[in-house]
Design a protein around this ligand. Sequence first.
Ligand code: 5GP
Length: 124
Amino acid sequence: MPYSYDDQNIFAKILRGEIPCKKLAETEHCLAFHDIAPQAPHHVLVIPKGAYVNYDHFAKAATDAEIVDFTRFVGAVCAQLGVCPTEAQAGYRLISNAGPDGMQEVPHLHVHILAGANIGPLTA
Ligand code: 5GP
């Protein structure tokens, strides 16, 4: 089944600059910004700039350059947040929800970075 991307989703609007976000970092292919309703002391969303609905769409359709950039960027953002578990007490969780069973709200691929004390249950 082909993937259908809704370019009116909220993250597409953020990428087009139509609505603001609290930007943390950016590369050629990716953007990281703070979640509007944080569920942990650090709650950052990382998205590709390309029009991908979810992880499996991205894995199938993205270029190697996009995939490498996204993978490295998620790690770099964790480092920027100072939560890499090389530091005492640090650590993080990565969550990417997909589809109705995954309780995905915004239909543009995003990885939640959740970090800080009391990260909580496996939801985002
Ligand atoms: P999902 O449930 O799709 O995995 O997560 C979507 C996330 O996007 C939620 O954590 C929600 O708080 C966040 N979100 C929804 N609308 C906005 C917005 O306009 N700006 C930002 N920064 N985050 C948003």
